[in-house]
Design a protein around this ligand. Structure first.
Ligand code: MCA
Ligand code: AMP
Length: 509
């Protein structure tokens, strides 16, 4: 039996093809019948371009209904969907195309010239455009295709998507997710979070990461109910739409921004049955303030690109602030010490996970994949945590050198490598420090040298040379010049000391 993820989702579509699937910002609706037709057109287009099952289709576009049709079209054609954050710049795009060697690259018209150049280098056969309103030659050519397509059967282990996550070494890794990985997690979450007829999901997350693309969209499609499909998060807009919604999913920044608006009240949430938070730690202050202001209790969950969702607070039952709840059905979680031995209840250790939603490994990196799994098949998340006597899991920190800013991951090594090659820089260290809006923000400590005219680099010059190469969210918000980097006796840079030194960078912002 085929385990194509599209067919799994389609099983949840409502009987009436005219039922609303997407409600757009102007109030117009896209029905489930239309979703089926448009995704068929995209699948037909891909096949006409020579895309075969297993071929990668790289996509770097803004969120639009057409982008969703394309994702589903890829699934239907058996292609492997490779979404990229639209903030990615030359350095990042070049690497992804060269590493994943997609057959097709769908980009925004704004980067057409760059896309052509980089696609040429990587041997990508076709570059198509999709603009921010859903127009462009992709949409034009898809419109000319038949609106029926027989979804290509897939085995559960066949790849459905590759999502790149940055790595500690500075080299991004493509997490390979199979149709079964996606299906199992979607079905678990749909049930665990009590999706039911009449639900309306307010969708404001980007759709190039697991949270917005898989967690939110899959739950809603499996449920056969509508999404208020917004191009991005905007607190004012959320205030006007929440009264029409029943479910909302967001990163902690969304919640702090909502709370910062005095217009956000209990009445705003009158129809809401579920607020989900994840991708970064939700501060207990935010959890409590939200409860006081709205009488709603945010449900915090924990996941990772490499395995979708691992743990969740209960839907029915106590949602405990500062914890991510219990392992989800179909997921085993253990906390181990350095020797991979389970620790005592309440002790902090490394979080490891196992289950059918855990990925198939890193694209083109068999050795790295091997390193990240224990001998008995548990994936090493790189997160530190503990489990209390009631079974609630808390994330205590990270063993990996990772910064999470506004729900987006940034590995310092990648930024340090880019700073270190700027003429005039001797060495750099990149850290994350507390930030009132993004949770954490990227800051760089740089040792510079003077040029022959006695001039030294400025903060603005460093920032300017990183922009254009790296996505904006990775560019340090502050650059500090220092004479020495703190090191331990082994010569290793002590990031903890730097984090302490610059901890108040954004206090009072
Ligand atoms: C934008 N900027 C940022 C961020 N986003 N800087 C730091 N961190 C960020 N997250 C910068 C831009 O580079 C730009 O800088 C300036 O802010 C304005 O950009 P704009 O796009 O207008 O910002 P925004 O609309 O306010 O976006 C902030 C945001 C957004 C709403 C928090 O980043 C967001 O939606 N984040 C959610 C990410 C997400 O979906 N994460 C899930 C990952 P300049 O002007 O200097 O150029 S999946 C995952 O983690 C796992 C699986 C899980 O558990 O879910
Ligand atoms: P990503 O690689 O973008 O999928 O991000 C996954 C990482 O986000 C995890 O390894 C955690 O470090 C972090 N994360 C996700 N959800 C939570 C949460 N609820 N609390 C703390 N950290 C989280």
């Amino acid at each position: 039996m085929s385990e194509n993820m599209y067919e799994i989702l389609q099983a949840g579509f409502p009987e009436n093809p005219g039922s609303a699937c997407l409600i757009l910002p102007d109030g117009s609706e896209i029905s489930y019948g239309r979703l089926r037709q448009e995704s068929a057109r995209c699948a037909n287009l891909l096949v006409s371009l020579g895309v075969e099952p297993g071929d990668r289709v790289a996509v770097q576009v803004r969120k639009s209904p057409q982008a969703l049709f394309l994702y589903l079209g890829c699934l239907r054609a058996g292609a492997v969907y490779l979404p990229m954050n639209d903030a990615y710049q030359r350095h990042e795009i070049e690497y992804f195309l060269a590493d994943a060697t997609p057959r097709v690259f769908v980009c925004r018209p704004q980067i057409k010239a760059l896309a052509g150049e980089l696609a040429g280098k990587a041997g990508v056969s076709h570059v198509l455009e999709l603009d921010d309103e859903g127009g462009g030659d992709l949409a034009g050519r898809a419109a000319a295709q038949p609106d029926h397509f027989t979804t290509i059967p897939r085995d559960g282990n066949d790849l459905a998507a590759i999502l790149y996550t940055s790595g500690t070494t500075g080299r991004s890794k493509g997490a390979m997710l199979s149709h079964r990985n996606l299906a199992v997690n979607a079905q678990v979450l749909h049930k665990y979070w009590g999706f039911k007829p009449g639900d309306v999901l307010l969708h404001m997350l980007p759709i190039f990461h697991v949270h917005g693309l898989f967690v939110a969209i899959h739950c809603s499609l499996l449920n056969g109910t509508p999404m208020l499909f917004e191009p991005k998060f905007d607190a004012q807009r959320a205030l006007s739409l929440l009264p029409k919604a029943t479910v909302f999913m967001g990163v902690p920044t969304y919640y702090t921004r909502l709370l910062a608006d005095p217009g956000f009240t209990k009445e705003t949430c009158v129809n809401m049955r579920l607020f989900v938070s994840g991708s970064a730690p939700l501060l207990i202050e935010t959890f409590q303030e939200f409860q006081q202001r709205t009488s709603q209790t945010i449900l915090e969950r924990y996941g990772m690109t490499e395995g979708n969702m691992f743990a969740s607070n209960p839907y029915d039952g106590e949602r405990r602030g500062g914890t991510v709840g219990f392992p989800l059905p179909e997921v085993a979680i253990r906390i181990v010490d350095e020797q991979n031995r389970p620790v005592e209840i309440g002790d902090v250790g490394q979080i490891q996970v196992k289950g059918k939603s855990v990925f198939r490994g890193y694209w083109n990196m068999p050795e790295k994949t091997k390193e990240e799994f224990s001998a008995d098949g548990f994936f090493k998340t790189g997160d530190m945590g503990k489990i209390d006597k009631d079974g609630y899991i808390s994330i205590i920190g990270r063993a990996k050198d990772l910064v999470i800013s506004g729900g987006l991951n940034i590995y310092p090594k990648e930024i340090e490598e880019m700073i270190d090659i700027i003429p005039g820089v001797t060495e750099s260290a990149v850290i994350g420090v507390p930030h009132p809006d993004f949770g954490e923000a990227v800051v760089a400590a740089v040792i510079r040298q003077k040029n022959e005219r006695g001039l030294a680099l400025t903060e603005a010059e460093i920032i300017a040379s990183l922009k254009g190469e790296l996505a904006g969210f990775k560019v340090p918000k502050r650059v500090y010049f220092i004479d020495d980097l703190p090191r331990n006796s082994m010569g290793k840079i002590q990031k903890k000391a730097l984090r302490e030194q610059f901890a108040s960078s954004f206090k009072g912002n």
